[in-house]
Design a protein around this ligand. Structure first.
Ligand SMILES: Nc1ncnc2c1ncn2[C@@H]1O[C@H](COP(=O)(O)OP(=O)(O)OP(=O)(O)O)[C@@H](O)[C@H]1O
Length: 246
């Protein structure tokens, strides 16, 4: 059974067709990326999955169950880190669980074992402004992971980071994924990031969104930055860029 399946999805916003006939899926423990031009409807598709956007047509299921807009079974990390500046790191980390109805004490106990693996141990009483950009993104990701939902939706998680931090974060996320095998759907504009992290990549057409290409990425794991020098990596990168530029 697929962790996530979208079939024949149509979305119209303000009279504008934003998604038309979209089909995609993610298998349990699979890392899937979506690449697409700006404004093509990627975030709108995530909005449907989180229950924030009402589709006109189509079917969406999580682990075989139809999407329930009131009890979302996806954990979503938005484009901006969206940490609340007035809450401590720990207070931010428990937020996703608290919104889902877990009391603060048990939520803290759930989050604490993850502080080490996410490189946040010792920083739980700081405020977001006291963290580096990479740490803030790790905190936002931990807040998402801690919700223990079947699917993680990551919307451009590293988009605002400088190039060095970004490549450190990509490497870190690949290692974390190796260890925990979350089911991930990642939106990115970065072809190399998609290829480095994913098992499969979807390319979206310009709006209205539909899948214009699907590429399987078979490079062995664990992946290291050496992969960027692999001729097969370069060939796949060129192919995806071609698809994106139409
Ligand atoms: N509430 C709305 N009413 C009308 N149009 C909207 C609304 N929300 C989004 N749109 C339009 O829908 C299209 C898709 O937007 P969306 O944010 O899903 O694209 P995206 O692929 O995530 O873009 P980006 O890569 O720039 O983040 C855009 O053209 C946007 O202007």
């Amino acid at each position: 059974m697929s962790a996530l399946r979208i079939s024949g999805l149509d979305v119209t916003l303000g009279g504008l067709p934003v998604v038309r006939g979209l089909d995609l899926h993610a298998e349990p423990g699979e890392f899937v990326s979506i690449l697409g031009p700006s404004g093509s409807g990627k975030s709108t598709t995530f909005g449907v999955l989180t229950g924030d956007v009402q589709p006109d047509a189509g079917e969406v299921s999580i682990e075989g169950q139809a999407l329930n807009r009131k009890a979302s079974r996806v954990a979503y990390m938005p484009q901006r880190d969206a940490l609340l500046p007035w809450r401590t790191v720990l207070g931010n980390l428990t937020l996703g669980l608290e919104v889902r109805g877990t009391k603060r004490g048990p939520a803290r106990e759930k989050v604490r074992p993850w502080l080490g693996p996410f490189g946040l141990a010792g920083f739980e009483d700081r405020y977001p402004a006291q963290l580096s950009g990479g740490m803030r993104q790790r905190a936002a990701l931990l807040r998402t992971v801690a919700q223990e939902q079947p699917v993680l939706l990551l919307d451009e998680p590293f988009g605002a980071l400088d190039a060095l931090t970004r490549s450190q974060m990509q490497r870190w996320l690949e290692q974390m994924w190796e260890q925990y095998r979350w089911t991930v759907l990642l939106i990115t504009h970065d072809v190399r990031e998609a290829l480095f992290l994913s098992d499969r990549v979807y390319v979206f057409s310009p709006r209205p969104a539909r899948v214009s290409a699907e590429v399987k990425v078979d490079f062995a794991r664990p992946r290291t930055p050496d992969l960027f020098g692999d001729p097969q990596f370069a060939a796949l990168e060129a192919k995806l860029l071609d698809q994106l530029l139409g």
